[in-house]
Each structure stands twice: as C-alpha cells, then as structure tokens.
Ligand binder design. Structure first.
Ligand SMILES: C[S@@+](CC[C@H](N)C(=O)[O-])C[C@H]1O[C@@H](n2cnc3c(N)ncnc32)[C@H](O)[C@@H]1O
Length: 302
C-alpha cells in the first residue's frame, strides 16, 4: 500500500481491524469502492489524536477512554447528504395515498395520534419535509372529515385537535443533530421547496430560512444508532432513506427486521431511491405508483 510521505503507514492487518471495529459499532461497511474514504478519515483522526501508528489508534478506540474518539471517528465517516422534498414521486405517494390511508384507518379506530420516525435524519430536511406533508395532508383530511371537538382554537393550529402528530428524527452524528435542531437553512437549500410551502412553513431570517416554530415543535431530535437493538417503537411510518446503502447485506437484513418490529401493524417503511427490499425480506409488500415506492408491513394471521 503506497502512502504519501506525510501519512502514516496503514497495514492491511490494521485496516481490517479498524474496518471491523467500525462495522461492529455502527454497521457501516467499507468495500473496495469506499475504502479510500475510510483510509483518508483514519489518517485525519490519527493526526488529530497525535498518534504515530494505527495499531495504537486501534488500542485507543477499544479502550475505556477511547469512547469519545470512537464517536468522533464514526461521525467523520458519515455521509450527510440530504435535501428537502428528496425523491418527489415517493413523497407524492406518501402525501396523497399513504397518509390518507393512515388518517382514515386511525379515525375509524378513534385513535387520533400519528407517530413517524426519520431514521438517519442528517441535518433535518427529511423530518421537516415529513412535518410539512402531514400538516398539509391533515388539514385537507380534516376539511373533509371534521370532528365534533368543540370550537377550533384561534389561530388555527397546524394540527387540528384532537389529532396529535409526533415525528422522531434520529441520527448517529451529534453535529448533524445540532444543525437539524437549529432548523435554519441557506436559500439554496430551499430550491426544492415550492413557494406555497416556503410561505407557510418558513420564516425569513436575514438571508436564511428558519423552520417555523409550529413545524419545529412537531419534530423531536434524538441520538439513535441503528446498529443497536433498542430503537423507537410503535411507529406508523418509518423513513430510512439513503442510510442502508452504507451497510452490507447482513446488516441491512437485521435492520429491516428491526424496522418491522418498530412499526405498528400495517405500518409503512420508506427507503431511498437507490435502495430496495428485494431479496432481503418477505415481511413487507411493495406499493409502487407513478414512480414512487413505499413498503408496507405484512401482517401474519395469528
Ligand atoms: C446520506 S444521509 C441521508 C439523510 C436523509 N435520510 C436523506 O435521505 O436525505 C445518511 C445519514 O445516516 C446517518 N447514519 C449512518 N449510519 C447510521 C447509524 N448506524 N445509525 C444512525 N444513523 C446513521 C448518517 O449520519 C447520515 O446523517
């Protein structure tokens, strides 16, 4: 393995050790196509720690004192690319068909709570897009299916009572969670956001756009590592888009099984455009309409 003069030699054995450690920690798998990225980030972290061999870095990571550095390494390995209204055909299907079905089913059962989870939320555009879409879908649903709940509070709330909406947004990176929580974006990030949504759900702050408080209040941000077993339960919908592409097949299968358990009966799973459940599970059925795809939990008769 050739290394520039300023770089510390990383042996095959050290690379294997570190690759395995990262995989065990967060599920990210670096195959031949992505191993250069891993090597580059390892060199940076080694330098930041002032160490001179990768074996000593590995020893640090596996020591009790190394927990913070392990988190920093994982953080440096994440790819946080995201955008508002990403994968429009899928979101149209979600907005017009899936949400309508969920609201109808819930109202019939007189359960007025909707719980959604953005797993791997990055800097927030995904959960905030989910929030804007449910506000819209619920307002339209309510118009056609008003409930005898007494007087509507004034000003009219984004979520008409007695409906309750809870969106959990999680990530393994604390820095993206901080940015997401702030919810302020430069103008160029707003390009995919239609003007009607900009007007309703954003405030202009200087030359940036801030998510309105009412939308922000629907989203709760938290740290969750998808590699662990203890994940948020009782979701009606899970978005986990463009996260599984960084996992190998075994880890993808484990994650899909966990998502199955984290969903309510007949709940929905939305994955990325370049991802598929094909060959990974038979516990979900695919719903495909106008180029949009979502998956629904299949219920096994008791
Ligand atoms: C490419 S971004 C996708 C963001 C968003 N879901 C979207 O599609 O626009 C992938 C996100 O997954 C997060 N991630 C990667 N591995 C994770 C893990 N084991 N647990 C939780 N989040 C993880 C990364 O930190 C990153 O923010």
């Amino acid at each position: 393995m050739s290394t520039p003069a300023t770089q510390v030699q990383l042996t095959e054995a050290e690379l294997k050790l570190l690759q395995t450690l990262v995989y065990q920690e967060c599920g990210m798998f670096f195959d031949e196509r992505r191993v250069h990225f891993l090597q580059d980030r390892l060199q940076r972290r080694l330098k930041a720690c002032g160490l001179d061999t990768f074996y000593s870095y590995y020893r640090l990571l596996t020591s009790r004192e190394g927990k913070t550095e392990l988190a920093a390494l994982v953080e440096n390995l994440t790819v946080n690319e995201t955008s508002f209204f990403r994968n429009k055909p899928q979101l149209d299907l979600f907005h017009k068909t899936i949400l309508e079905e969920i609201l109808h089913r819930k109202q019939q059962r007189r359960d007025f709570s909707v719980r959604m989870w953005s797993a791997g939320c990055s800097t927030g555009p995904e959960p905030y897009t989910m929030a804007m879409l449910i506000c819209d879908a619920l307002a339209y649903y309510y118009l056609r299916n008003p409930l005898p709940f007494g007087d509507m509070p004034s000003p009219k709330p984004l979520i008409p009572p007695p409906w309750r909406v809870e969106i959990l947004a999680s990530d393994i990176s604390y820095s993206v969670l901080r940015a997401a929580q702030e919810g302020i974006y430069p103008e160029n990030h707003l390009e995919p956001v239609e003007y009607t949504y900009r007007l309703r759900y954003f405030d202009k702050v200087g030359d940036r756009y801030a998510i309105k408080k009412g939308v922000k209040d629907l989203v709760h941000f938290d740290f969750h590592n998808l590699k662990t077993e203890f994940l948020p339960q009782r979701n009606d919908v899970i978005f986990c888009r463009n996260v599984m592409i960084y996992f190998d097949e075994a880890e993808q299968k484990r994650l899909i099984d966990k998502f199955y358990r984290c969903l309510n009966p007949e709940g929905f799973l939305l994955i990325g455009h370049a991802e598929s459940l094909f060959g990974l599970t038979d516990k979900f059925k695919m719903i495909h309409q106008n180029n949009g795809t979502v998956y629904q939990r299949i219920e096994v008769p008791a």
